[in-house]
Design a protein around this ligand. Structure first.
Ligand code: HEM
Length: 437
């Protein structure tokens, strides 16, 4: 058994402050210095955090030994009022019951019906554009993906204003949950009340959630209908509050990551005329007017653009687990309860696993199936892998192809400023100019 690598830290606070000041840059530095194995970052108090840099050990935690780990409860004072006991945060049998109940909402047979809705909502967005308009890509795509997810998973048509309120609230929530020096040095037992903007964002989200539940018509195979049916069979197993938690979970988990994928794809394409031309060539050859479900299989390059975006700029930059008892992970001993970080950001961008890792090259996926690459896990892995991953790929392909058939949006920022919260969000506007092709 080996002790994890321990980078030199500062007195008292160890590595905590350096990490919290610029988490992604700090991860780059330890990725370069240690490349493999497990790195222990010490904190002011407590067990610190163990960063797993070896993809086979990530796989061990998420897949082979998943029953020995749980998701840690980070900042419950902020997360509980947001998504409560929804599918993202629940544990054990409670989680299993939820996952089995909700799975039919994501069946491929249902996805097939989603194609037209995704394209129609995208066209409703692009019809508002004029040549030369400048918009904030992250906000615009956020409104679009909220409207798509509410229709597909919750069975309601949200107004643009409500969709925009969800997107704005998510930006404030992201700010509240961002890794910060203050958050890291605060001992876990000292819970400070959520800041005012955060509480306001939750109120906005609760208002929209209440409207979704009031508008919803039962009887379909959407998430709310499935939960209502399960509740009528087993009221104790599916309490009333949980409906609200699941609506919040779907609205947030279901829209933001896809909006980020599309924003980052547009940003990466803006700096790569060759990739842009290849995308346009494919869309022109495959799509007649607007894409259809039957075009999906032929939108091969478009799919490679999405996978490559998820590799270079993964919207979920890291996942977290903790062992239920003292654990052995490879050659390393991890104490019970110690937080483990499984960073997509570092492993997706490591020269140990990828040639020219920082280069955006959709064609690296020509001969490679994403599911077969251990160093690639944008949707997690194992039983708790993303329930929406197929939907996210279908949605991202159709939105990107619908836009590219007629428009050539260019993101202006050379380098997007980013913030590491639960997801990796732009920390400022992402201005994009739209040009008609
Ligand atoms: C490109 C888009 C997306 C990315 C990168 C993404 C990423 C992830 C990741 C990494 C996890 C695992 C977290 C962990 O194990 O700690 C996850 C879980 C989850 N995702 Fe996604 N996701 C995306 C789209 C979606 C969509 C469209 C939905 C639709 C509702 C969704 C809903 C969820 C839910 C509910 C979970 C928790 C599943 C469980 O624990 O059983 N995600 N996602």
């Amino acid at each position: 058994m080996r002790a994890p690598h321990s980078p030199p830290g500062d007195p008292v606070v160890g590595n905590a402050i350096r990490f919290a000041r610029a988490p992604l840059e700090y991860l780059d530095a330890i990725g370069d210095a240690y490349a493999d194995g497990i790195v222990h970052l010490s904190g002011a108090i407590g067990p610190g955090i163990y960063v797993v840099l070896d993809p086979t050990l990530v796989h061990r935690v998420l897949v082979d030994d998943h029953a020995r780990y749980r998701k840690p409860q980070f900042r419950p004072e902020l997360v509980d009022p947001l998504v409560g006991e929804g599918l993202l945060t629940s544990e054990g049998d409670h989680w299993k019951r939820q996952r089995t109940t909700l799975q039919p909402a994501f069946f491929t047979s249902r996805l097939r019906e989603f194609g037209d809705t995704i394209v129609d909502f995208t066209l409703a967005t692009t019809e508002e554009w004029s040549d030369g308009d400048v918009f904030d890509a992250y906000r615009e795509l956020g409104v679009l993906t909220v409207r798509i997810i509410s229709r597909l998973l919750l069975g309601v048509d949200l107004s643009r204003a409500d969709a925009a309120a969800v997107g704005e609230a998510m930006i404030d929530v992201g700010e509240g949950l961002a890794v910060s020096p203050g958050g890291v040095i605060r001992p876990p037992w000292l819970q400070t009340p959520p800041p005012r903007e955060y509480r306001q964002a939750i109120r906005e989200l609760e208002d929209v959630t209440a409207r979704v539940m009031a508008m919803h018509e039962p009887g379909g195979d959407d998430v709310l209908s499935l939960l209502q049916r399960a509740r009528s069979r087993e009221p104790d197993a599916f309490p009333e509050d949980e409906l609200r938690d699941q609506v919040m979970t779907m609205l947030l988990a279901g829209h933001e990551t896809t909006a980020l994928t599309l924003t980052y794809a547009l940003s990466l394409l803006s700096r790569d005329p060759t990739a842009r031309a290849a995308l346009h060539d494919e869309v022109d050859a495959v799509v007649d007017g607007a894409p259809a479900w039957t075009d999906l299989a032929a939108l091969d390059y478009t799919e490679r653009v999405i996978h490559e975006t998820l590799r270079v700029l993964p919207p979920v930059w890291a996942m977290f687990r903790q062992p239920l008892a003292d654990a052995r992970l490879g050659d390393y001993r991890i104490p019970a309860g110690a937080p483990l970080m499984l960073p997509q950001w570092t492993i997706h961008r490591s020269p140990r696993h990828w040639p020219s890792p920082l280069e955006f090259d959709p064609d690296r996926w020509l001969e490679t199936r994403p599911a077969e690459v251990p160093a690639y896990f944008p949707f997690g892995a194992g039983p708790r892998a993303c329930i929406g991953r197929q939907l996210a790929i279908v949605e991202s392909k159709l939105v990107l192809a619908t836009i590219a058939a007629e428009w050539d949006p260019r993101v202006e920022n050379e380098k997007l400023p980013r913030r590491a919260g639960i997801t990796m969000q732009p920390s400022g506007p992402v201005p994009a100019v739209v040009r008609r092709r």
